[in-house]
Design a protein around this ligand. Structure first.
Ligand code: PGA
Length: 248
């Protein structure tokens, strides 16, 4: 059983050919990795990448989805469509979606619900900006995000959700959080969710860290018992860097 999970968030990078080439070149490393690997490419590459997923032993994730089942929503992609294309995970509430597309906790909550209805695993991103961190408000802020994003989700479904803690000041900046700070937040998230929902969930909840993860720091993060894995942007685009991380 592969315990820790490594999720590649390719954002708006790599076209179909590049995406296929990447997984083919890393087929050996991916299939032998001790980690569960999830690759989240752009919408146009998902279906094709999924054709390699069982052979190479990885899963395909999406970077977003819409909250309605179907209808006149030009430009949107539904959870069911993703499921039909072989997608298993959906990143929701990434800080770039919150910033550029004004996604609120309420919108993210609707998206989480539709994903769960379609057996897709939501990866819910939370995290504070630098001002909040400097004011020591990060725990309060993240707990509020979690509370609002998970509003109305049943105990049974809470177990299926993955929370990704990504401090905004660390995303794509090269600035990483200390292990101590990461652990404090991860334990806080576990405590907060289990107190709110069900105390027995404390060790079952999956909490990832994301933000400037690279081959040098990934091993330290992955050594934290409380951390379920990593969500990786920039370093997941580079074959050498990603291969080093998943071989750690
Ligand atoms: P980064 O991005 O690894 O490039 O900091 C992480 C993310 O945005 O998920």
């Amino acid at each position: 059983m592969k315990n820790k999970i490594i999720i590649a968030n390719w954002k708006m990078n790599k076209n179909l050919n590049q995406a296929e080439k990447f997984v083919k070149n890393l087929a050996k490393e991916i299939s032998k990795s001790e980690y569960k690997i999830v690759i989240c490419p752009d919408f146009t590459s998902m279906y094709s990448l999924n054709k390699y997923s069982s052979e190479y032993n990885f899963e395909v994730g999406s970077q977003n989805c819409f909250w309605e089942e179907k209808g006149a929503f030009t430009g949107e992609v539904s959870a069911l469509m993703l499921k039909n294309a072989g997608v298993k995970y959906v990143i929701l509430g990434h800080s770039e979606r919150r910033k550029y597309f004004s996604e609120s906790n309420e919108i993210i909550n609707k998206k989480i619900k539709i994903c769960l209805e379609n057996d897709l695993i939501p990866i819910v991103c939370v995290g504070e900006d630098i001002n909040l961190r400097q004011l020591n408000q990060e725990l309060l802020f993240v707990n509020r995000q979690i509370l609002e994003c998970l509003e109305g989700i049943s105990n049974e479904n809470i177990k299926k959700i993955i929370v990704a803690y990504e401090p905004l000041w660390s995303i794509g900046t090269g600035k990483t959080i200390s292990l101590l700070q990461a652990e404090e937040m991860v334990l806080n998230i576990r405590d907060f969710i289990s107190k709110k929902y069900d105390k027995s969930l404390k060790n079952e909840i999956k909490v990832l860290y994301g933000g400037s993860v690279n081959p040098e720091n990934s091993k330290n993060f992955l050594s934290l018992d409380s951390l379920s894995g990593l969500l990786i942007g920039g370093a997941s685009l580079d074959e050498q860097k990603f291969s080093k991380i998943i071989k750690n």
